[in-house]
Design a protein around this ligand. Structure first.
Ligand code: HAM
Length: 436
């Protein structure tokens, strides 16, 4: 291996030069703004956790993707592949002291050793929004509303994205109605989870062979997944009390979302089951309408996880939204903002004699909260104007020997090219520049 290759960036990891960081920050800002608008508060945890936290709780798929190692103290550790187990661990210690429901959000960087492909990297940032301590579907609706509003804040509308919602308990009740033994349910869930990837044809055979479903039951299930509606499920299975109860919950959930003005964004879809093991009720994923990308967001109810990590038994619901797929969708929809450097002013010294005055003026303006730069060594005025332009300066402050002697400076509007004379004293006192 050449020396240069040996220090290359690892596959699946990203650098964030200023343009890329600006994209990322814009997404984070929207996420934070919307979280706070809904009354959520931000938390974080350590990027490295005990391996134990993920074993059995997250499910096989994610455990197979762990960045795990033994540390120098002989502890088995893993980089966090998701935030939910950390949230459960943190709350297991403190939830008793907190008023319920708890509304927390976080934007952690996560690590999964996955095969790198479009929309899938080995690190990503994920917006996590969770409500803990409320079992009613009102909490499920609130959580999905936050996620959809986060996407709306970035310019996406119902023509661009759709939340596909389902309920694991409803699906379980349907399987019971079809006499599928509980031991086979996980196999059915797996086939459904892979439906998009495997296609419907193979799915029928797998439901029969892997999950032991009768051919007619497998056909009915696949048909419901493809053409399902709450009404259709009700007409076929509504006489079963468990199914009826779950349909009632789904109807309450959907009507809350409607009342929140989000009805156009939501679609009932029994094909959503979610790959993670801990979900216990309503689940959802948000996709681009064209389905050219993987899920942007996934979440649902997980009422037993806190107890599993040793905390009080508290119902919980939340989601994770990744920055990678979202950035691709924004690009596709022309919603990415071009990056432009920008500062309020660039101070130009006409000759080395004004250099220290330039520093003084910059310091005075910075102290007033303006973003200000200047040339770090002496340059021609022409060159300094170029530097001002590439720094994105709104104004150039020109210190010329004659003007300075009279206590004046030139302030040039870099867009219009107009220049005015401003008293140096005024400028130092914060007058003569646009507010920073
Ligand atoms: P998840 O479905 O594993 O859920 O991930 C949520 C989202 O994170 C995905 O829809 C995807 O956009 C993004 N994502 C996941 N893995 C990658 C990757 N390797 N590269 C890029 N993006 C990725 C969870 O993690 C749950 N813990 C979410 C949750 C929170 N459930 C309840 N609360």
């Amino acid at each position: 291996m050449s020396e240069a290759a040996s220090v290359a960036r690892l596959p699946g990891f990203r650098d964030f030069p200023p343009e890329a960081l600006a994209d990322r920050e814009r997404i984070f800002e929207a996420w934070r703004r919307v979280s706070r608008r809904y009354g959520f508060v931000e938390y974080d945890g350590p990027p490295l956790e005990s391996l134990d936290l993920y074993i059995r709780k997250s499910g096989e798929e994610i455990v197979g993707q762990l960045y795990e190692f033994t540390d120098k103290g002989d502890r088995q550790v893993a980089l966090r592949p998701e935030m939910t187990p950390s949230l459960a661990r943190i709350l297991a210690e403190r939830s008793r002291a907190l008023p319920k429901p708890i509304r927390w959000f976080s934007i952690p960087q996560l690590f999964r050793y996955e095969r790198q492909q479009r929309g899938r990297l080995r690190e990503h940032f994920q917006w996590n929004v969770d409500v803990v301590g409320e079992a009613d579907t009102g909490a499920d609706a609130e959580v999905l509303a936050v996620g959809l509003d986060g996407l709306r804040a970035l310019g996406l509308g119902a023509e661009d994205i759709v939340a596909r919602v389902s309920d694991r308990l409803l699906l379980t009740a349907l399987l019971e109605a079809e006499d599928v033994p509980p031991g086979s349910h996980p196999a059915v869930f797996q086939v459904i989870d892979k439906l998009d990837r495997g296609g419907a044809e193979g799915a029928g055979a797998r439901l029969r062979d892997d999950a032991g479903m009768a051919a007619s039951a497998a056909d009915r299930l696949l048909d419901l997944i493809q053409e399902g509606s709450v009404e259709r499920v009700r007409s076929m299975y509504g006489d079963r009390p468990v199914v009826a109860g779950r349909l009632e919950a789904m109807t309450a959930y959907l009507s809350d979302l409607d009342a929140l003005g989000l009805g156009d964004f939501v679609q009932f879809d029994l094909g959503i089951v979610r790959g993670l093991a801990y979900y216990t009720g309503i689940v959802f994923e948000i996709f681009d309408r064209e389905r050219s990308l993987r899920a942007i967001c996934g979440g649902g109810r997980y009422d037993r996880l806190l107890e599993l990590v040793g905390g009080e038994p508290l119902p919980a619901v939340g989601f994770g939204m990744g920055d990678v797929v979202l950035a691709e969708l924004l690009e596709e929809k022309g919603l990415r903002r071009e990056y432009r450097a920008s500062i309020d002013a660039f101070v130009i010294a006409a000759s080395p004699k004004e250099h220290h005055l330039a520093l003084e003026v910059a310091a005075a303006l910075r102290a007033r909260g303006h973003d200000v730069s200047y040339a770090l060594r002496s340059h021609t005025v022409r060159k300094q104007f170029k530097m001002a332009a590439s720094a994105g300066a709104v104004a150039a402050i020109v210190l010329g020997p004659r003007e300075v002697e009279e206590g004046m400076v030139g302030v040039r509007d870099m867009r219009s090219g107009e220049e005015r004379s401003v008293a140096l004293a005024d400028l130092r006192a914060g007058r003569g520049l646009a507010d920073g």
